[in-house]
Design a protein around this ligand. Structure first.
Ligand SMILES: CC(C)(COP(=O)(O)OP(=O)(O)OC[C@H]1O[C@@H](n2cnc3c(N)ncnc32)[C@H](O)[C@@H]1OP(=O)(O)O)[C@@H](O)C(=O)NCCC(=O)NCCS
Length: 406
């Protein structure tokens, strides 16, 4: 197949969006054109062209990803991956991925990351699932949460007021958990605060709740309300979009509001952190249903920069033998020495303590996975002591969480 793989140009923007929409089974809306390209400049697109026809699409957002310890590292956010059904399984994605990860590597991005539509697609390119999410549901008719703290008040505000308070609050929270993403001004405007009717799935507009301690905002919740009645009894649902709090008092106050709105006893949050302490505050924890799914997948492109960029909770020295099926420049043997939580990493010629593939290093990187479990599955090899040390070194006490699909 004679294909050209390259970034698109201005005259191709309409066709490119149409190809993406078709790939995901929908139709591009004209009014979304400028918004779409406000967060995805043309030089960060990849189109696969069969003659003049766009048969494959890919894009990369420019993010900082919070890594353990709170630093933000540059991450190419892989997105809008589609291949026309007539051209599938002939290597189109592989060729687009080649250009994308080569560019990201040349630019010096230590990381690439994505959310996968299907879990079997991206391991071959060196991406490993680094964080999970909980799809959470509870019914406030059958369980109650504790009382909110006295020193935090919660107010409902409109979109304009929310747009002033929420971005700085998010920025404050962003360093507290690995897996969170930077949000540019354009991102807030065109993604987080954009709320057209066709995004609502039959629910209300976005509602915004701000928690404050005295005059200081300390947290927020974004949610929608879905009205429903069953046998003339209220059965409405609160759909949580996100809850961010600078401390536990703020978090508890927001949860209290969300679970005490008259007529809306059912609560659903499709992307809750897997360690949300709310479960311990529920009077009947069995009523809180939590289904675990994967969220962000991470690929290390610059292993030294990535391993030195994060913090560690356990000191030690580990020699890592890394196979990278798709980015040969990242393959090698690396010595990671951690002292006082700071990692120093260099490429070495030495026997490795543990051996693993890029996907497994990506999975371990944000601190939410167990090297012991991966070793039991045959995905990490090494002596029991070396695997135990790897487990301790990579794990973190706070679970990673990526609050937003991209
Ligand atoms: C996923 C998609 C982009 C794959 O494109 P493609 O051009 O067919 O992929 P390639 O031909 O480059 O496939 C490379 C390898 O991945 C495998 N693969 C691709 N898609 C796969 C899938 N959905 N499930 C399992 N394996 C898959 C191929 O079998 C091939 O394996 P091989 O090298 O062992 O033969 C395409 O199927 C698609 O557009 N799907 C719908 C939209 C979507 O889900 N996009 C992903 C968004 S995150």
């Amino acid at each position: 197949m004679d294909l050209t793989i390259r970034p698109i140009v201005e005259s191709e923007t309409v066709a490119f969006r149409a190809a993406i929409a078709r790939g995901f089974g929908s139709d591009a809306r004209e009014e979304g054109h400028d918004r779409f390209y406000a967060t995805l400049p043309l030089h960060r697109t990849v189109g696969a062209f069969d003659g003049d026809e766009i048969v494959g699409t890919l894009g990369e957002f420019d993010f900082e990803l919070t890594v353990p310890g709170g630093r933000g590292l540059q991450m190419a956010g892989t997105t809008i991956v589609t291949v026309r059904p007539t051209h599938r399984r002939r290597g189109v994605l592989t060729r687009m991925m080649r250009l994308h990860l080569d560019h990201a590597g040349e630019r010096g991005d230590p990381l690439a990351g994505l959310w996968a539509s299907e879990a079997a697609i991206y391991g071959r390119f060196g991406f490993g699932c680094a964080a999970d999410r909980h799809d959470l549901e509870l019914d406030t008719r059958r369980t109650r949460l504790g009382l909110p703290p006295d020193d935090v008040t919660v107010a409902l505000v409109d979109g304009e007021a929310a747009s002033k308070v929420i971005p700085p609050l998010y920025e404050e929270v962003r360093s507290s958990r690995a897996g969170m993403l930077s949000r540019s001004e354009a991102w807030w405007e065109h993604r987080r605060f954009y709320d057209p009717e066709h995004h609502r799935g039959g629910a209300s507009e976005r509602r915004y709740a701000i928690a404050s301690r005295g005059r200081d905002p300390v947290g927020y919740a974004m949610f929608r309300q879905k009205e429903k009645w069953e046998n003339f009894l209220p059965d409405g649902e609160i759909d949580i979009i996100e809850v961010m709090a600078v401390d536990d008092g703020a978090r508890r106050a927001l949860w209290h509001l969300l679970t005490s709105i008259d007529l809306f006893p059912r609560i659903a949050w499709w992307n809750a952190p897997v360690d949300d302490p709310m479960i311990w505050e529920a009077s009947n924890r069995r009523i809180v249903k939590r289904t675990t799914w994967d969220s962000i997948w991470v690929c290390l492109l610059d292993v030294v920069a990535a391993l030195e960029g994060r913090h560690y909770e356990r000191d030690g020295r580990l020699v890592i033998g890394l196979a990278h099926p798709f980015c040969p420049w990242a393959e090698g043997t690396y010595e990671l020495t951690v002292a006082d939580g700071i990692g120093t990493c260099r490429a070495v010629v030495a026997d490795a303590d543990i051996q693993l593939d890029a996907a497994e290093l990506g999975a371990l990187y944000l601190g939410g996975r167990s090297a012991i479990e991966l070793a039991k599955a045959g995905l990490v090899s090494g002596s029991p002591d070396a695997v135990l040390l790897a487990d301790r070194i990579f794990r973190t006490s706070v679970a990673p969480w990526c609050p937003e699909v991209f």
